[in-house]
Design a protein around this ligand. Structure first.
Ligand code: GRG
Length: 297
């Protein structure tokens, strides 16, 4: 298998799925819909829908109900980026190599575009009921999506993150792990758990997937922290040094580059061991997980 070629194929497929589910730019709402679509179409690695579909395939899934969920998770992820870039939060001008949504459409429209994307994600995921599929699985998947994006997931992590900015060096490893688990790992867990649930995985199997996705999420965030100090705006598509600017404690400031990098590798390897314990095969998924710790953007 040529990993790079397979990656390109999958990314192109995800772009088509997104295109299919994005709202039409018309009516009195045209402006907000344009801002929503601008943010989603700005690109990005499409990691969450990719992990979702690959986990679905790992458990033998081959239906259509995965598609609205793939679009939904990317919409939720994109809304979080749009809001995170706002002046009230990180106040960033660049994202995914383009001007941020509030710079192009203004702050009010960027707030509404984020809200619109979050709501439209659920309107979209609900379309999975229209597929000829197991409604209980779809309902379970919706519950996972709602919880992992909410106050017990990503929003909870973002809250703890904002509060951590005010206490600077007093942020402990425990506090930081809470932030990373909720702000970053929760959506990755949602992606993989939804893939598993829709394909009919058992509760025990979904628990293993949740644990593996935790490791993947933390490792992914550590790499994000590393790139913030080692990369460039051109490569990353967003400003570097953002953590320092916002007085953020990260894995790198807490432990140093080398230890952070070692721990990240251990977590990624642990995730793979957990997934291999399921005795199911998806070579691309394993390579995708490994590639995340050496990613450059
Ligand atoms: C505003 C509720 C709310 C939450 C914001 C996700 C988030 C929480 C903030 C974005 C900033 C950040 C560093 C989040 C951690 C997760 C992360 C590394 C996001 C970037 O994900 P990528 O690298 O982005 O997958 P692309 O652009 O490739 O999709």
């Amino acid at each position: 298998m040529n990993f790079k070629e397979e990656m390109t194929k999958r990314t192109e497929r995800i772009e088509k799925v997104l295109e299919k589910y994005l709202p039409k730019e018309e009516g009195w709402q045209k402006n907000v819909i344009e801002a929503m679509n601008y943010s989603v179409k700005a690109g990005g690695k499409r990691l969450r829908p990719m992990l979702m579909e690959e986990t679905y395939k790992l458990f033998g899934g081959n239906g259509m109900e995965i598609e609205p969920f793939m679009a939904a998770i990317e919409m939720i992820h994109t809304y979080s980026l749009v809001h995170d870039d706002l002046p009230a939060m990180d106040n960033d001008d660049y994202r995914r190599g383009r001007k941020t949504t509030h710079i192009v459409y203004g702050e009010a429209m960027a707030i509404l575009a984020g809200d619109g994307l979050l709501n439209y994600a659920f309107e979209t995921a609900l379309k999975a009921f229209e597929n000829n599929t197991d409604n209980t699985r779809v309902a379970k998947a919706l519950m996972i999506l709602a919880k992992k994006a909410g106050i017990y997931g990503m929003i909870g992590g973002q809250t703890a993150d904002i509060e951590a900015e005010n206490i600077g060096e007093k942020v402990t490893q425990e506090h930081l792990l809470f932030i990373h688990e909720h702000k970053t790992a929760a959506l990755i867990q949602a992606a993989m758990m939804i893939g598993a649930v829709l394909a009919g995985a058992t509760e025990e199997q979904v628990e293993i997937v949740e644990k593996a996705a935790y490791d993947i999420g933390i490792a992914f965030q550590i790499q994000d922290d590393i790139l913030d100090v080692t990369s460039t705006l051109e490569t990353l598509g967003k400003p570097v040094g953002s953590d320092e600017k916002n007085n953020k404690t990260t894995y790198v400031t807490l432990k140093g580059l080398e230890t952070a990098s070692c721990e990240q590798k251990e977590m990624s390897a642990h995730a793979i061991t957990l997934l291999e314990s399921l005795n199911m095969k998806n070579q691309f998924l394993m390579e995708l997980i490994t590639s995340l710790i050496t990613r450059i953007k």
